[in-house]
Design a protein around this ligand. Sequence first.
Ligand SMILES: [Zn+2]
Length: 183
Amino acid sequence: MAPEMIPSNCPYCGDELGRRMHEGVERLYCEGCERFIWRNPVPVSAVIVYRETDEVLLIKRGIEPGKGKWSLPAGFLEVEESARDAAARELEEETNLEIDTQNLDYVHDMNIERFTNQRLLANIYSAHYSSVEGDLEPGSDAEDAGFYRLEELRSSEQELRTNFVPALRRLEEIDLDVLSINS
Ligand SMILES: [Zn+2]
């Protein structure tokens, strides 16, 4: 995984950035503009659709970053969109499955590192397969989509987008009894 890219120059004036302590945190600071340069995670939404005891819906990413890796259906929010609406939209775009947003259960939020240069704040939702409609088929950004036992995918761990493994583990912790991931 590439290290996170931290800007070295001010996005406003171009001066080289320094660092300054603020509220107990060392932050980027521009002497020219006399201002802090804030770094914030970018929100994304992801959906865990599950069925039976340990099968979850995964897509095989068809685009970079992470092309060829298995992932939860997930993506960035449109600018005026709620996290919940984004979760339903991404699910449909990537798997052709529709869900009423009221049937999405909020699992938790998770700060993760993207493959390239961003920190993400992932809003993780879950839904039982019985609450979705439509025929499962990979969408525009996916090469493949289907239900997989996490046990099997872990045997080839490099293929699973490891960013989301903690989310799947968390789902188990809250006792939805859908997964048996333990590493
Ligand atoms: Zn500046």
